[in-house]
Design a protein around this ligand. Structure first.
Ligand code: GDP
Length: 460
């Protein structure tokens, strides 16, 4: 740039980043500085790793892929029962006992020979954790609500998580075999969460089912397919495969074993790959039915053997052309993460939020409904030209682990009003470097949000 290095170091110092002339800075920061100094950044040749990363355009044999569904809902409303019953309807595997292998996901065939993939990890934490790691694998959320119990705290939590991930929701009203069912009450209550049934002139699909008596399971599957048609899910069925780790474990005899959900391309036995912080070669692939298979296509879950070490759930999986390429990518990843470490710890998340997004996500936990409402209203009133304050969750009670995970996943600021985090949340926040801001005066909380919007906050 023909600028004095001392000027740049000074500039970095103002951003509270301590660097010397020998330090590497990451691409985003470099780009920012170049622009701040009034120059135009020109990017160097991308490495092959980055080239593959940006290659999102679908090539090859592009076809409609099966939808990937996660079941969420309040405890005891029947998530597990529903998954089990749906698995029983599977005409592909025929007998239920045939599936001995538990691989964290499985596929169900519908009457008209279409397929649906279910992720077998019911629970919001799993859903949000995957998202926190940058992987969006769920296309549709089926929200289970017990007909005799109605909307409960975890139902609301599930709605918020699905909405934050921008994943469409199908409501399955379960236990409809019970005489105490109250369907219209549930439909009415759902309206306040913008889930409006078709018979109330909305466009959310509601299906009345019974997991126990196996009533209307076909209708639920039809609704899932209908929703997936709207989403127009497409992937390439040829070319180097990509995917996401759903589950990982170390098997005593087999070594690291992971379940991968293929998102694009065709995975074949013998392929080399990189995955999270590790790499390997596919030695064997096992289907959800426990069969050895030679190749796997998009939306298919497969258990793979041949990873050099265990990869975390949510890690990105990517086939490489050769062993050398896999090794080169690992090296690149490692070097890059070392470089980023220098800056990562000094970076302020708020600064990033505003720089990259035109929406500032906010999570508020407060002690009482009154203050929660007051805060919400005042924040919604704040006007800003470029950045919009968006409250993705406002709730009563202590800050818990789920709040921290959601903050991480949504890149949100986390505000505690007259509340503290519990011990697990505090630990997780430290681990994930999520800053929790505490206030007991509304005016101060608002001022903080306003400053965050303008990017005016001094980095900590
Ligand atoms: P989860 O906690 O959401 O996974 O719920 P479970 O699947 O474990 O179900 C909780 C309880 O509800 C169990 O005792 C089930 O037998 C019962 N249950 C699940 N589905 C139905 C249903 O359709 N009708 C009735 N009557 N009971 C059900």
């Amino acid at each position: 740039m023909a600028e004095k290095s001392s000027e740049i170091i000074k500039f970095l110092l103002n951003m509270k980043v301590i660097a010397t002339i020998n330090h590497n800075i990451d691409k985003d920061t470099a780009e920012y500085i170049v622009k701040e100094f009034g120059h135009k950044p020109v990017f160097d040749e991308q490495t092959s790793f980055e080239k593959i990363k940006v290659k999102e355009k679908l090539e090859g044999d592009v076809k409609t892929r099966p939808p990937v569904v996660t079941i969420m809902g309040h405890v005891d409303h029947g998530k597990t029962s529903l998954l089990d019953s749906l698995r029983d309807t599977n005409v592909v595997s025929g007998e239920h006992g045939g599936i001995t292998q538990h691989i964290g996901a499985y596929q169900v065939a519908t009457e008209n020979k279409r397929t649906i993939t279910f992720i077998d990890t019911p629970g919001h934490a799993a859903f949000t954790e995957m998202r926190a790691r940058g992987s969006k694998i769920t296309d549709i959320v089926v929200l289970v609500v017990a007909a005799d119990d109605g909307i409960k705290p975890q139902t609301v939590e599930a709605i918020k998580h699905a909405k934050a991930a921008k994943v469409p929701i199908i409501v399955a009203i379960n236990k409809c075999d019970l005489p105490e069912k109250n369907i219209s009450k549930i439909k009415n209550e759902m309206m306040q969460y913008e889930l409006i049934a078709e018979d109330l002139s909305g466009d959310t699909l509601f299906v009345e089912v019974s997991a126990l008596k196996k009533i209307n399971l076909d209708k639920l599957k039809e609704s899932i397919l209908l929703q997936s048609e709207i989403l127009d899910l497409k992937s390439s069925f040829t070319g180097q495969a990509r995917g996401v780790v759903i589950e990982s474990k170390i098997d005593k005899g087999k070594g690291p074993v992971s379940t991968i959900l293929i998102t694009n391309g065709k995975l074949k036995k013998g392929d080399f790959f990189v995955c999270g912080d590790t790499w390997g070669k596919i030695r064997a692939m096992i289907s959800y039915e426990g069969k050895n298979i030679e190749e796997a296509l998009p939306s298919t879950p497969v258990e793979i053997l041949g990873m050099n070490s265990s990869a975390f759930a949510g890690a990105e999986f990517m086939v490489t052309k050769s062993e050398d390429e896999a090794k080169e990518m690992m090296k690149y990843k490692k070097d890059n993460s070392d470089k980023n470490k220098i800056l990562a710890k000094d970076k302020t998340t708020l600064f990033d939020n505003v720089k990259e997004k035109d929406e500032l996500n906010i999570i508020i936990k407060s002690d009482v409904q009154g203050s929660s409402e007051a805060l919400k209203m005042s924040i919604n009133k704040i006007e800003h030209n470029e950045v919009e304050a968006k409250i993705i969750l406002s709730d009563i009670g202590m800050i818990n682990e789920t709040d921290v995970t959601l903050a991480k996943a949504s890149n949100a600021i986390l505000i505690g009003f007259n509340v503290k985090p519990n011990r697990e949340a505090k630990r997780l926040a430290e681990e994930q470097k999520i800053e929790i801001k505490y206030f007991n005066i509304i005016y101060e909380a608002i001022e903080y949000v306003e400053k965050s919007l303008s990017g005016l906050l001094e980095p900590d």
